[in-house]
Design a protein around this ligand. Sequence first.
Ligand code: P6P
Length: 291
Amino acid sequence: MADAPDAIDAVVDAIASTAPEIRSGLAGRRAYDDGANPSGDRQLEADVYADRLLEERLLGIDSIAGYASEERDSVVAPDAAGGAADGDRHYVAVDPLDGSSNLKSNNTMGTLFGVYDEPLPAGGSALVASGFVLYGPITTMALAREGTVTKSVIDEGTRRVVDPDLTLPEEPTVYGFGGRVPRWRANFSAYVSEVESELKLRYGGAMIGDVNQVLTYGGIFGYPGLRERPEGKLRLCFEGHPIAHIVETAGGASSNGEQSLLSLTPDRLHERTPLFVGNESYVDRLEAALG
Ligand code: P6P
């Protein structure tokens, strides 16, 4: 008999059931909104729409004591104090529409989430579940929890497991790095020259789509620190931690160029980090190249 649904199930089911509404609301929300998010990125109407939907659904769950979003300055607390006892309270960090700039060209994008058992910003060790919904030709969800990554197809808001134990292929074949060559540091460019002679370039401009390629074919994805911005572009709490948790749970590795992203604790909610995830052999070589 299946275990009774727990607090994590409630979060995952809420995100899965919201996915069709997010997806169906994209076509009419491709214009820029008036605002910018706390990282200074312009917001599409779709970003704001997805963010509001997820806030409403997730804060409606009794055990959720905080909702943090890449689109908001600070953590949103539920109106009523979370009903769960202290030990069962969770905090969700969400990138409501990662890669939303791809909406203009109708390429993939997704919803990325991390469930922490400590108030945010928290260290990667506080993650109890992470996942992403990928809006591609079909809508899928990858979910990491309790040492396993499951992959599901989302049919009308319900999850249909298609791979109960997703693991990174041992023979890597793809790579993709953001940030454009002239902005890369010399030692990173030298590493990429090695990698591009061994793997096929796959870069779609949305981390979730690019990391899903790595999960499917093996390889490495990254967004490095740049000459003028050594901290890189991607946010630790909303992107680094959950994607590292997923890839490491699938048997891969993550790094900020020196150590696992899960070993890092941000000082600020929207703190950025260089981000690399993929097969351990490529992550190890990267750390040696940047060392
Ligand atoms: P660039 C999307 O805006 C995002 O945050 C990630 O999903 C993606 O990997 C990266 O930025 C793409 O950045 O500079 O290549 O457009």
